[in-house]
Design a protein around this ligand. Structure first.
Ligand SMILES: [Zn+2]
Length: 428
């Protein structure tokens, strides 16, 4: 499939995008009633022709992750012979969901990622190494691969290899772009430096960072993001993708929020009751993917808290932009009556070189306040500095306990991820 960025709606005016979105959403609801067992029931009283404004659309039912996980077959909208690929969500935030994709869905996914990389300035001139898993039924690596090849970049399926092999392929193939998880890229850079490899003089010009925030709420780079930029003397870009929506939101070269692709997804930010919040106000990201054949969804609650950037972007794209993911909805912390986002704490902690490892343990407390304790691997003499830093950067005082790596890992259980937040509250 040839990449035709001119097919994108991104450069149309806001009004034109809204008008097209409304028409697409109306058709989408009509389609759902025809092909989806789940939505045929949920939308039984809805007449698509009554949706005459975005406000009308915002009154339609939301789709919960739980409904999808428990009855995913009910969402399947095509017959077996139309399915080209199966992907499964990681299940790190609940029961894994099985997703069926048709060849049209795969082309749509490729177009989505090609648009994302294109916005970040990646082109057919680039040599791009994908250093995330390309198998294990994950959508991400496959999506990057399809997007980069569609864009015409020289694409290298490195996957997750040990450091020696990563170094070998970096030296042999001289990539200009690395696509990976920030904490892994950071470790890679550190290990490379230890072996005498000058990361600043490497061929790498861009790092496309997935899965973890590299920015503050203000969109400034956080410690991990700026550390990576310095380490590789490269530009770092954030991309956020979600399997259920089959889209990615990626930064453009202006790096003022992650652009959505309006022809592929309609994006909303809602409060706890599901009502829209103004631009700039944090709330839950809700997405309606457009043009999906296999498992189409309506107003899907991602569980991720972020905000829409007000105004338009100086890159000329007029699509919605979202900020960094501030937290999972379930991990929002109530502290003395106010809301605290874990990202604020982790960004502050990641800035401190004296911290070797840490985990924030969250437990339910009284009704208006959760209990947050920082377990940290650091020289005991540094505790007061960490407390002062948290007061200054996150405006909180929380108990700090000096710990060690095995103990913190025991809290993490058998999770392969180096979790920074360990939430022991009962999910509601
Ligand atoms: Zn832009």
């Amino acid at each position: 499939m040839a990449f035709r960025p001119e097919f994108s709606w991104e450069f149309l005016s806001r009004d034109e995008i809204t008008a097209r979105s409304l028409r697409a959403l109306r058709n989408h609801v009509k389609h759902l009633k025809e092909v989806s067992n789940y939505y045929r029931e949920v939308l039984v009283d809805i007449n698509p022709m009554d949706i005459t404004s975005i406000e009308d659309f915002a009154k339609l039912p939301l789709t919960e992750k739980k409904a999808l996980a428990e009855a995913s077959e009910q969402f399947k909208a095509v017959s077996e012979d139309e399915i080209s690929e199966t992907v499964v969500t990681s299940g790190s935030t609940g029961k894994p969901v099985v997703f069926y994709m048709t060849s049209v869905d795969l082309d749509r996914l490729a177009f989505n990622e090609a648009l994302s990389f294109h916005a970040a300035g990646v082109s057919s001139q680039d040599r791009a190494q994908i250093i995330v898993s390309l198998d294990r039924l994950f959508i991400a690596g496959m999506a990057y691969y399809r997007g980069l090849t569609t864009l015409g970049a020289n694409t290298m399926r490195i996957g997750v290899l040990d450091f020696d092999m990563q170094k070998h392929y970096l030296e042999l193939l001289k990539p200009t772009v690395l696509v990976g998880v920030p904490s892994f890229l950071k470790k890679l850079g550190e290990r490379l430096s230890q072996t005498g490899f000058d990361t600043q003089k490497s061929s790498v010009e861009k790092l496309v960072c997935i899965g973890e925030s590299i920015r503050e709420e203000s969109l400034e780079l956080n410690a991990v993001g700026s550390g990576l930029a310095d380490m590789f003397d490269a530009k770092v870009f954030s991309t956020y993708g979600i399997t259920e929506l089959s889209v990615a939101f990626c930064e453009c070269v202006q790096q003022r929020g992650n652009h959505s692709h309006p022809e592929l997804v309609y994006t909303e930010i809602v409060d706890e009751e599901g009502n829209p919040v103004p631009d700039g106000t944090p709330g839950e990201l809700v997405g309606t993917p457009l043009g999906v054949e296999g498992m189409p969804l309506l107003r899907y609650r991602t569980g991720d808290i972020t905000f829409k950037l007000p105004g338009t972007c100086s890159c000329g794209r007029n699509s919605d932009r979202i900020g960094p993911i501030l937290t999972r909805k379930s991990q929002k912390i109530k502290l003395k009556g106010t809301t605290l986002y874990p990202l604020t704490l982790t960004n502050a902690l990641d800035e401190m070189d004296c911290i070797e490892d840490y985990a924030l343990l969250i437990d339910g407390g009284e009704s208006q306040s959760d209990q947050v304790t920082l377990h940290v691997v650091t020289p005991p003499a540094m505790v007061e500095s960490i407390a002062a830093h948290l007061r200054a950067r996150a405006r909180v005082s929380i108990p700090i306990l000096v710990s060690n790596v095995p103990t913190i890992n025991s809290y993490r259980g058998d999770s392969a991820k180096k979790l920074k937040i360990i939430d022991k509250r009962t999910p509601n």
